[in-house]
Design a protein around this ligand. Structure first.
Ligand SMILES: Cc1ncc(C[n+]2csc(CCOP(=O)(O)OP(=O)(O)O)c2C)c(N)n1
Ligand SMILES: [Mg+2]
Length: 599
């Protein structure tokens, strides 16, 4: 697995290979910090408070674990997500009981939807007060039950070290996801015997990673027989660290590739077999290919409604091979003719072998003629405005050209996110980090902070909306004080733009509560950046875009925020209206592609 805890093997295996386990008397809080050190944690994002306070005392002394004091627990959670996605390791956040813990609910839900491995550690009121409505009591394990891969309530200090080992193991193996460890205050203050490595107690938790060989052979047969196949690639391929295998498989078979929002960069955008992103704001070639396919090979995907559009009319002619590590995903939305449960790295490796062993080879030349025609006729494009204002898509293109593919981009949620997905070229796996499943406004900035802390050598850009930015911009203080020089590009259209776009298209241009009035400079993003100890820049004319991006690229000691003032009427195209068929995609307002007559 790509996501791995730093330790060489799970602790229960280590116990057989070492002579004597380490034992020592200490408090539960000390055991917690010691366990975090043992599983290889180097960064924890959090905010202290009463119930978690005992843990912060030994944390103060740790030379291995750096605690980053954020300004809001939501920022801690998203930072842990950004850290996890940029490094391939488990991200960690920490909060006190009650409101501290509930502030983590949004990032935990986000991590659950996007299968991001994080461990959230929360303090809980003392065990004898649980259930009494004690000060700052919230049943956080109950609250997060449906949005965690697993969660624990620990009331005995003797359980702390083992629980931490289990939490990291669960978060990082199989389908990755968030794990919550809620620890009562008395478990932190009472003494225990610390023992490492602990023996994990996870009966029944055995994620299947090896695919069934019969299913693999079946898939290879369908690939040879197909005339119009598509590789539908999702976030699971990146999480399995399988982009090299994907490239080899795609080139071996010659099958066209589409990459979902969560898989941007997993297959190089510049590769001639890449058709773009599928779905609601996908490219016409990608959406058209899926609709006309006779075989879809889904790898680490979940046939999300944003990809399929109206499910009944999705890819009506296609047989489906669906590979995923989570058996619950297979045939959840779309029936799989060939279900494959397994880790995508192993699945694709086996598929390569099976395709090589097939005597027949698929002939997709007619298919490529059709797809190349789509590419020729319907490239991604946008309208410039005659009043001399900046088209937001142009900002993305220039960011892509000047910053280059080695950077990491994060995004908020809305129009700017879609433009960042469409108009920035991604060549490397994991170079686009965003909130896909939950669509959480406010994700970009703290996620960029976490990514930059995990990969300090990388240039990290947060592409944010003026609405999203106002949800989590307080983490600029954290970035400035902790020395995390991220760069933020605010796409300031003065509006909750994506919602406004729907009002334009579906609500008769009745713009109810979407105007943020940032034309009045409330807030003034440049001054706000400066107030937080960052450099603030403003860009209002297309001819200044390059110079301002270049200036931001030269500043590497403090965070930089650019306020790109763009036209409020820019819209995201192509678009498949929610709930309608992918066949009804529009590449501009009221402009539908003309499919070939043979379609
Ligand atoms: C926390 C949260 N609240 C509400 C929404 C609904 N929503 C989706 S996009 C959007 C507008 C975002 O505005 P902005 O950040 O300015 O981005 P833009 O679309 O203008 O680029 C809203 C309100 C959401 N996704 N997340
Ligand atoms: Mg906006």
């Amino acid at each position: 697995m790509f996501y791995a805890v730093k330790q060489a093997q799970p602790p229960n295996k280590l116990s057989h290979t070492r002579n004597e386990p380490m034992t020592e008397q200490m408090t539960g809080a000390q055991a917690l910090v010691r366990a975090l050190e043992h599983v290889g944690v180097d960064t924890v994002f959090g905010i202290p408070g009463g119930a978690i306070l005992p843990a912060y005392d030994p944390l103060y002394d740790s030379v291995k674990v750096r605690h980053v004091l954020v300004r809001h627990e939501q920022g801690a959670g998203h930072a842990a997500q950004g850290y996890a996605q940029a490094t391939g390791r488990v991200g960690v956040c920490m909060a006190t009981s009650g409101p501290g813990a509930t502030n983590l609910v949004t990032p935990i839900a986000d991590a659950y939807m996007d299968s991001v491995p994080i461990v959230a550690i929360t303090g809980q009121v003392t065990s004898d007060a649980i259930g009494t409505d004690a000060f700052q009591e919230a049943d956080i394990s109950g609250i997060t039950m449906p949005i965690t891969k697993h969660n624990f309530l620990v009331t005995d200090p003797a359980d702390i070290a083992r629980t931490i080992a289990e939490a990291f193991h669960i978060a990082s193996t199989g389908r990755p996801g968030p794990v919550l460890v809620d620890i009562s205050k008395d478990a932190l203050t009472n003494r225990t015997t610390f023992q490492w490595p602990p023996v994990m107690q996870l009966p029944g938790y055995r994620p299947v990673t090896r695919p069934h060989s019969k299913q693999i052979r079946e898939a290879a047969k369908l690939i040879a027989e197909a005339r119009r196949p598509v590789l539908y690639v999702g976030g699971g391929v990146h999480k399995a660290g399988a982009s090299a295998e994907l490239l080899a498989f795609a080139e071996l078979t010659g099958i066209p590739v589409v990459t979902t929002l969560m898989a941007r960069g997993t297959f190089p955008d510049s590769h001639r077999q890449h058709l773009g992103m599928p779905g609601m704001h996908g490219s016409v070639p990608a959406v058209g290919a899926l609709q006309r396919a006779d075989l879809i090979v889904g790898l680490g995907v979940r046939f999300d409604d944003r990809v399929t559009g109206n499910l009944d009319s999705f890819a009506p002619h296609a047989k489906v091979v669906h590979a995923d590590i989570d058996p619950a995903e297979i045939s959840k939305n779309r029936h799989a003719d060939v279900p494959i449960v397994g880790d995508c790295k192993e699945v694709i490796t086996e598929l390569i072998n099976a395709v090589r062993n097939e005597d027949r080879k698929g002939d997709y030349s007619e298919w490529w003629r059709q797809l190349d025609a789509y590419r020729e006729t319907y490239p991604l494009g946008y309208t410039e405005f005659e009043d001399g204002s900046i088209a937001p898509q142009y900002v993305m293109q220039r960011l892509s050209a000047i910053v280059g593919p080695d950077a990491i981009f994060t995004a908020g949620v809305g129009q700017h996110q879609m433009w960042a997905a469409q108009f920035i070229g991604y060549e490397n796996p994991g170079s686009f980090i965003n909130s896909g499943g939950a669509g959480t406004m406010g994700f970009a900035l703290p996620a960029a902070m976490g990514a930059k802390m995990g990969r300090p050598e990388a240039t990290v850009w947060a592409v944010d909306g003026d609405g999203c930015f106002q949800m989590t911009n307080q983490e600029l203080a954290t970035c400035a004080i902790e020395g995390v020089p991220i760069k933020v590009a605010i796409i300031n259209n003065g509006n909750l733009g994506m919602v406004r776009q729907w009002q334009t298209l579906f609500y008769n241009q009745r713009y109810s509560n979407t105007n943020l009035q940032t034309v009045r400079r409330i807030p003034d993003f440049v001054k706000l950046a400066e107030a937080y100890g960052c450099v603030g820049l403003r860009c209002e004319r297309p001819e200044d875009v390059d110079a301002i991006i270049e200036k931001a690229m030269e500043i590497n000691d403090v965070p930089v925020v650019i306020d790109f003032v763009v036209h409020e009427d820019a819209m995201v195209w192509p678009m498949v209206a929610a709930g309608t068929s992918n066949d009804d995609i529009k590449f501009a307002r009221d402009m539908a592609p003309v499919w070939d007559s043979e379609d």
